[in-house]
Ligand binder design. Structure first.
Ligand code: UFG
Length: 341
């Protein structure tokens, strides 16, 4: 990794850079002129997805290792995407989620303070809101998360507010709605060890790797009875991180922005688009509602547009699904996606 240490590009520490969103963020920040230094324990990320800068193995809860990596690369800021993401798992095992997502983040923030790093972009989630009271949801919406996962994100945002005030550690929290899709050239994409997300599951059915897609509830108060979500292309999300870094060059304090396309799609609409894109039959079966699933989750992302200048460019459903399908069919995905390398 010596070559990377001698680079002139400003370094960024990307915690969780080997993950799905993290790897797309690494690509975007590299294109914007930064050196992304991935810090990842590879619990759910993949070494093969780290292609735009060095990979430094390590855990968030290892202060000595964090110090070592921060001293070596002297990052100008941190982007923090490391964490556990499955809401249902967090209900079964909250201790795990609070340890990784909250205690882990505290270790990272304290390492930043020790090493004089004053800016962080944090991966938050629409899960901070819980069951929506109005739709679309703006950043002012009450925050009443319905899972320890959502609560862990809310807690970190609170910590960031306090750290800004007390220690001058400035932050942007990006509240992602439903990330989906893959890099347009098919070099990286979604590859979770345990897949729970709608788009990749539908594509596994289309590819004949699963028998049918379970539709979790067809009696919701939506236009076709299935849940409506705000799908946003992972490359549009990645671009928002570059804009957030630029914003943090002059902004002080702790800021939060919703990131969604604002055009929701129901489960049946995603299925119909996937049918058109793949040309395959996608069998379905109706099942019980999944606990904790709101009927509608739609972002009001006006603030991100106005303040950051963020404009989702590729978040229409067809582009999302087509890019995910290209990735799903790529040789790279087949060879590497489910390996632990
Ligand atoms: N769904 C199905 N069948 C499946 C999988 C999902 O019908 O096999 C439905 C879900 O009920 C939901 C929609 O498809 O209505 C999307 O589900 P995902 O699991 O893909 O995504 P979620 O909306 O549950 O979760 C996303 C993020 C979380 C985040 C949450 C915010 O992945 O990290 O939004 O509430 F917490």
């Amino acid at each position: 990794m010596a070559a990377f240490e001698e680079e002139d590009r400003p370094a960024l520490l990307i915690a969780g850079g080997a993950g799905y969103i993290g790897s797309h963020v690494c690509k975007a920040v590299a294109e914007a002129g930064y050196l992304p230094v991935t810090y990842d324990n590879l619990m759910s990320g993949h070494a093969w997805a780290v292609r735009w800068g060095p990979l430094e193995g390590g855990d968030l809860q290892d202060p000595a290792r964090l110090d070592e990596v921060m001293r070596r690369y002297r990052p100008v800021a941190v982007i923090h995407l490391a964490g556990l993401i499955i809401s249902s798992e967090s209900v079964r095992d909250p201790a795990l989620y609070y340890a990784h997502n909250v205690a882990g983040t505290l270790c990272l923030l304290d390492a930043m303070r020790r090493n004089g790093i004053e800016r962080i972009v944090f991966s938050s989630s629409a899960a901070v809101y819980g069951e929506p009271e109005v739709s679309p949801i703006s950043e002012q919406h009450p925050q009443l998360p319905v899972s320890p996962y959502g609560d862990s994100k809310r807690m970190v945002e609170t910590i960031l507010r306090d750290y800004a005030r007390a220690y001058g550690l400035h932050s942007v929290s990006l509240r992602y709605f439903n990330a989906a899709g893959a890099s347009s050239c098919g070099d990286i994409g979604e590859a979770h060890h345990i897949e729970t997300h709608l788009v990749p599951l539908i594509l596994e059915v289309a590819a004949g790797e699963r028998a049918a897609l379970s539709i979790y509830g067809a009696d919701y108060p939506t236009r076709d009875g299935t849940c409506l979500r705000d799908y946003v292309h992972v490359c549009d999300l990645a671009d928002a991180h570059v804009l957030a870094l630029q914003y943090l060059q002059q902004a002080v304090g702790a800021h939060a922005f919703n990131l969604g396309h604002g055009q929701g799609a129901t489960v049946r609409e995603v299925l119909a688009t996937a049918g058109q894109v793949t040309g395959r039959k996608i069998p379905t079966r109706i099942e019980q509602r999944r606990p904790g699933d709101p009927a509608i989750l739609l972002a009001d992302a006006t603030r991100a547009r106005r303040v950051l200048g963020w404009q989702p460019a590729v978040s229409d459903l067809e582009t999302i699904v087509a890019s995910a399908w290209r990735w799903h069919q790529s040789i790279l995905h087949r060879k590497q996606a489910y390996s632990n390398e």
